[in-house]
Design a protein around this ligand. Structure first.
Ligand code: SF4
Length: 338
């Protein structure tokens, strides 16, 4: 197991009081596996990534367990975390322009990571920079290393970010909407590059996205989040063919399908509840067309609904619906793996 989250909750201070942004998040990532985290904005996807990387505001309250290579990340000191971040685990953000320093050449920015985490000599670092630029598919690597971010296209800049993230051969790469700012053709090339790098380096990848097309392209497994909770988890094919949770079904209905003519694509009415006004029962209650009385007051337990497939919805409670295997509220990981 490369990464294991168990009952991770996060509280942030807003307007003088703490609000719960993540609620008992549990999932795992194996070596050589890409796990997608999907959901609308504000569902907690990015906060989950920042919790794993421990890139949280000073007053944030993080609880539960985040194990990376069997080490408890939540107990790491700032210095220990700095050694791991950018080295064993790296992160790529949506907008490379804001992540890159406009005043330094791209070669120097890749080299900085090597200075920080390796004992390579100046000459070895130079060679590694050129090798990385070639690995991420950039042309004329020697010249390019001397150029500045503004001289490159959006796709090239994102390749530079990937080169920086890959500089120390991380075992985990966390990507937060890495292709959202790119046009479709460049997006496809970047996703292909990430698939290639994952295979070559046997890395685990967390792919945070609101785009189910990206999920279908690169993910092995998918975690669906809603209002700070995981509400469904399944292998990618299973999720697309056999979604269970009404929210996941709504998400899938909102994307166009090849060969299927539809007058209008589906959309989910209503808004995600705000973290300081979470409903007592199912958080999707106000927007759910299948809602029942029980959903209003009781949080649905997470239960197995098939092989490697679990969801949190009262429709699948053993006493009420189609289903099997109620596992109480032990968490999605337990539901999936026991
Ligand atoms: Fe809808 Fe109830 Fe399932 Fe929530 S628990 S998604 S309200 S059916």
């Amino acid at each position: 197991m490369l990464l294991e989250l168990n009952d991770v909750s996060l509280e942030l201070k807003r307007d003088g009081k703490y609000v719960r942004i993540l609620d008992q998040i549990s999932f795992q990532v194996n070596k050589g596996e890409t796990v997608g985290i999907v959901g609308e904005s504000g569902c907690g996807k990015s906060m989950t990534a920042l919790s794993i990387m421990k890139l949280l505001p000073e007053k944030a309250k993080l609880s539960g367990s985040v194990k990376f290579n069997n080490d408890e990340v939540t107990k790491f000191s700032r210095r220990e975390m700095e050694k791991v971040r950018g080295n064993k685990m790296s992160m790529i953000f949506q907008d490379p322009l804001t992540s890159l320093n406009p005043l330094h050449t791209v070669g120097r920015q890749i080299e900085e990571t090597l200075v920080l985490h390796t004992k390579l000599t100046k000459e070895q670092r130079r060679e590694r920079v050129i090798q990385l630029l070639k690995e991420v598919g950039l042309p004329r690597a020697e010249e390019l290393a001397m150029e500045f971010p503004h001289q490159l296209s959006g796709g090239m800049r994102q390749r530079i970010m990937i080169a920086i993230a890959m500089a120390c051969n991380p075992s985990l790469l966390v990507c937060d909407e890495p292709t959202t700012a790119l046009d479709v053709t460049v997006q496809a090339q970047i996703l292909e590059l990430m698939n290639h790098l994952k295979k070559v380096n046997d890395m685990g990848i967390i792919m945070i996205t609101h785009d189910l097309g990206v999920v279908a392209e690169v993910c092995d497994r998918v975690v669906v989040m809603y209002a700070g909770k995981i509400i469904e988890e399944a292998d990618v094919k299973e999720l697309f063919l056999n979604p269970k949770h009404p929210y996941t079904k709504g998400l899938l209905e909102s994307i166009p399908k090849l060969g299927v003519r539809k007058e209008k694509l589906g959309s989910i009415p209503g808004m995600v509840p705000s973290p300081d006004k979470m409903p007592a029962g199912c958080r999707f209650y106000e927007r759910c067309s299948s809602a029942m009385d029980i959903c209003k007051g009781a949080v649905p337990p997470i239960q197995s609904v098939g092989e490697n497939h679990a969801t949190a919805c009262w429709l699948y409670d053993g006493k009420r619906g189609e289903q099997n295997g109620t596992t109480g509220s032990k968490g999605l990981k337990t539901a999936l793996h026991h």
